[in-house]
Design a protein around this ligand. Structure first.
Ligand code: CA
Length: 534
């Protein structure tokens, strides 16, 4: 479970680093006996494996959400809970040994793992259970039918219950832009400069940051431009949109004609790389951009050394203050503005599986179905209300049947969420806001930025949907991407610094072919076409 708005949330990473020490001290909690014994009052007992944050109670039944669930469902859960750092290893060991739990909650399986387990008969198809015993989940799939296509494997089976967290939809979804450009407006003001609107103006602004001592300490210690040179929310490729289709961490965009394009083989990409080289030549790029990790990046950010940098949320880097603001997308040399969407969604396919050892399928399905009740989903994702022993994320408005976010009063939202939520399979649709719950404060500003600043300039109507490839396709994609993506990153980095992209471009295109680009494109296009048919 990662109660954040992107699959690889920086906040979550920073937090896990902070709690690593305590994580190491906490042994895995084996909170119940093995076997499916009945509790004294004759309740059905299910054996579930799960994971949780080291901040959370070692026994998930100590969480208020689970106490209430046991009361309302009449099902006792015998948890085998592992802290996140060891969960994957323990999960894999159990599934390899044949000592299966009844189900794995918050399983975190990749598509490849799901299909492998299904092929081995270790997990079971869920289609019938969904149709017969899961009205809440069916209601979600009726309201948002695209998810039915997304959770269905190429063989027609559904092998796992998904996690769905919508915040905005389509172009305006919170994940549509990961790397937001944050510019130092204190420095703009100090130097009497306007917010840049073109790539050329940005270059002039960065030169001024470098040469005119905007922090006023008499030293040329400003870093005009910083980023972390790899695919992700700290990458510089947001600027590539000004030169054409742009770039995203998957190197894949889909045109409005439905054609899948590999971005690093495009002419616009070439021009964008040349532009970054121009900035490099002027000495505007952080010398650590190619080597730095997150902690180095935020250390300089906290000192307000940057003129322009990229991040999901500025509060993680330069703090929650007015010194940095979003730089709106720039016009390129031909006057075009474009914002490239990521292919990320608040969606994960493999959040819960039922194993072939499960002897209580109907009871299990009915229990899981409760997770897709809107008010339950909201709590499972973010935390609960009415806990008299600790701070609450929500208050419950009984009159309106609605969970309202409470002020955090300085508590880190992710910390409180990790302590009190249970994660796992759930669905929060965009339509729930204002009906069943309110939007979390830390999402509101990002949603505003995506909607007002970015989405109006997105030329592509759609991102790549989350495609469920076959096991054979996944094997080929993984093999090809390992070399192809590494080569693209290496060449891009060399060209930023040596500027030899024109001379080397034709050889580069040939090497992309040799590394399997045509097959990669074919698999991606086939998957996309299949998804569109569904
Ligand atoms: Ca200075």
């Amino acid at each position: 479970m990662m109660p954040t708005y992107r699959q690889a949330g920086r906040t979550a990473k920073a937090l896990s680093a902070a709690v690593l020490a305590s994580a190491l001290l906490l042994a895995a909690c084996d909170s119940g006996a093995d076997g499916g014994e009945q509790s004294p009052d004759g309740k059905i007992t299910l054996n579930l494996m799960t994971q949780s944050s080291p901040l959370a109670p070692a026994d998930p039944n100590d969480k208020l959400i689970n106490k209430r669930l046991e009361e309302t469902t009449g099902i006792h859960i015998n948890w085998k809970n592992y802290t996140r750092d060891i969960f994957v290893e323990k999960r894999n060991l159990a599934m390899a040994s044949g000592d299966f739990p009844d189900a794995i909650f918050d399983a975190g399986y990749s598509d490849y793992e799901l299909l492998k387990l299904a092929k081995d008969g270790a997990i079971i198809p869920l289609n019938d259970l969904i149709e017969r015993h899961m009205p809440n989940f069916r209601k979600v799939l009726e309201e948002a039918p695209e998810y039915r296509a997304m959770i269905t494997a190429p063989d027609g089976n559904i092998y796992a219950f998904p996690w769905i967290e919508e915040l905005g939809t389509g172009k305006e979804r919170i994940q549509a832009v990961d790397a937001v450009p944050w510019i130092n407006v204190d420095w703009l003001k100090k130097l009497g400069l306007e917010m840049p609107t073109t790539t050329e103006e940005l270059k002039q602004v960065l030169i001024a940051f470098k040469t005119r001592d905007p922090n006023g300490n008499g030293q040329a210690d400003e870093i005009p431009l910083s980023f972390i040179n790899k695919p992700g929310a700290e990458d510089v490729v947001f600027l590539f949109g000004a030169f054409g289709l742009g770039e995203n961490p998957d190197h894949a965009v889909v045109t409005n004609e439905g054609k899948v394009v590999f971005t690093p083989a495009e002419e616009g990409y070439k021009n964008a790389v040349k532009y970054i080289h121009e900035l490099y030549k002027e000495g505007l790029i952080d010398v650590e951009a190619y080597t730095q990790d997150w902690s180095t990046y935020i250390a300089k950010g906290k000192d307000h050394k940057y003129g322009l940098y990229f991040a999901w949320d500025k509060s993680n880097v330069t703090g929650d203050n007015g010194s940095y603001e979003v730089m709106p997308p720039l016009a390129g040399p031909d006057g075009e503005i474009n914002v490239t969407q990521t292919n990320a969604y608040g969606f994960h396919r493999g959040k819960m599986v039922i194993t072939s050892a499960n002897k209580n399928l109907e009871a299990t399905a009915k229990w899981v179905d409760q997770m897709y009740d809107p008010l339950q989903s909201v709590q499972n994702n973010w935390g609960t209300y009415g806990d008299e022993t600790q701070q609450n994320i929500f208050e419950f408005d009984a009159e309106n049947n609605m969970l309202k976010h409470l002020p955090l009063n300085g508590t880190a939202p992710i910390e409180l969420r990790e302590k009190t939520s249970i994660g796992g399979p759930l669905a929060i649709l965009d339509s729930y806001y204002g009906k069943y719950t309110t939007k979390p404060d830390d999402a509101k500003e990002r949603l505003r930025i995506v909607k007002e600043v970015m989405a109006p300039h997105m030329k592509a109507d759609h991102a790549m949907p989350s495609i469920f490839n076959s096991i054979e396709e996944l094997e080929r994609l993984t093999t090809i991407e390992t070399d192809l993506f590494a080569y693209v990153l290496r060449m891009r980095t060399e060209w930023y610094q040596n500027g030899k992209i024109d001379e080397q471009w034709d050889d580069y295109l040939k090497e992309l072919e040799r590394l399997g680009l045509p097959e990669w494109l074919k698999i991606k296009q086939t998957g996309y076409d299949r998804a569109m048919q569904k």
